[in-house]
Design a protein around this ligand. Structure first.
Ligand SMILES: Nc1ncnc2c1ncn2[C@@H]1O[C@H](COP(=O)(O)OP(=O)(O)O)[C@@H](O)[C@H]1O
Ligand SMILES: O=c1ccn([C@@H]2O[C@H](COP(=O)(O)OP(=O)(O)O)[C@@H](O)[C@H]2O)c(=O)[nH]1
Length: 262
């Protein structure tokens, strides 16, 4: 095709291009504002299902910040803070720490991480946690990874964990499993109904399980095209349009000897 723009068509083409530029600017604003929100992945599963182990591998491979609610609570517990004893007693009983304490710790960790992609490991534990997080932090998770593991396997893993945790004993483990079924499964059901849950069979070696997780995160890569990349693409696009417009205007000026139609 060898179509050439005629002189009389030039002003219309210029008007069309001005409109096209406005549309691009709008689309870019929309795309970048979506990406200004952090990308949140909730990582759920019963105690000992392997959440923490898989989060370490995901964080390394896909450069997520890994925030373990349990680790943050344990740090707070051992830092002699005013909530230390309360947290200790709740964890020992396998119960759930009040939402405001956990969310405060998560919020601080999110703000100080310098990352915009998060794995929030072991949270939300119940509907109250979920509702409070969405209200206080103001975002919903983009996806929820659910590590599905049989109870006998979870018990075996927890009792072999050997990290000196106050809750890794058979009595507390039984209570944690009950709490998981009664309070955490409804949260998973809630996000399943919203189409956000990706269920991973957590049986297998650490690497075998990771090979089931990898494609889920690899498929999300387009999301992580960051804002600076979008701005670079926008700039290249707009510069190309400006150059073409200028070329048309110069052409128009010399052929018709009229003032520039800016
Ligand atoms: N796929 C796996 N197979 C066998 N042991 C595992 C597997 N994944 C994790 N573990 C081990 O099981 C224990 C619990 O794993 P962890 O990641 O801490 O679980 P969670 O964070 O869900 O409580 C740890 O000692 C860990 O090394
Ligand atoms: O959001 C959270 C996360 C953890 N916990 C407490 O911390 C314990 C350990 O949680 P973690 O996620 O570290 O381990 P898991 O039970 O999944 O092995 C839980 O049983 C709860 O008592 C809590 O109250 N709220």
């Amino acid at each position: 095709m060898n179509y050439r723009i005629t002189r009389t068509e030039v002003p219309n083409v210029l008007r069309f291009m001005a409109f096209f530029k406005t549309v691009i600017a709008k689309l870019v604003t929309e795309a970048t504002s979506n990406r200004c929100n952090p990308f949140i992945t909730f990582v759920l599963g019963g105690p000992g299902s392997g959440k923490g182990t898989q989060c370490v591998k995901i964080a390394e491979t896909f450069r997520f910040a890994h925030l373990s609610a349990g680790d943050l609570l344990r740090e707070e517990m051992s830092s002699n803070s005013e909530n230390g004893t309360l947290i200790h007693d709740i964890i020992k009983e396998g119960k759930i720490v009040p939402s405001e304490i956990t969310i405060n710790l998560l919020r601080k960790a999110i703000h100080s991480s310098g990352n915009h992609k998060f794995l929030i490991d072991g949270f939300p534990r119940n509907e109250e946690n979920r509702i409070a997080f969405e209200r206080i932090v103001g975002v919903e998770p983009d996806i929820v990874l659910f590590f599905d593991c049989p109870e006998e396997e979870m018990v075996k893993r927890v009792l072999n964990r050997n990290q000196g945790r106050v809750d890794d004993n058979i009595d507390t483990m039984k209570k944690r499993l009950e709490v998981f079924k009664k309070l955490n499964l409804p949260v998973i059901d809630y996000y399943s109904a919203k189409g956000k849950v990706c269920k991973i069979n957590a049986v297998g070696t650490v690497n075998e399980v990771f090979e089931k997780v990898r494609p889920v995160l690899a498929a999300l890569r387009y999301w992580f095209l960051d804002t600076s990349m979008i701005s670079i693409i926008e700039t290249i696009f707009l510069v190309a349009i400006h150059c073409y417009q200028l070329m048309l205007q110069i052409n128009y000026f010399f052929s018709k000897r009229l003032p520039f139609p800016w």
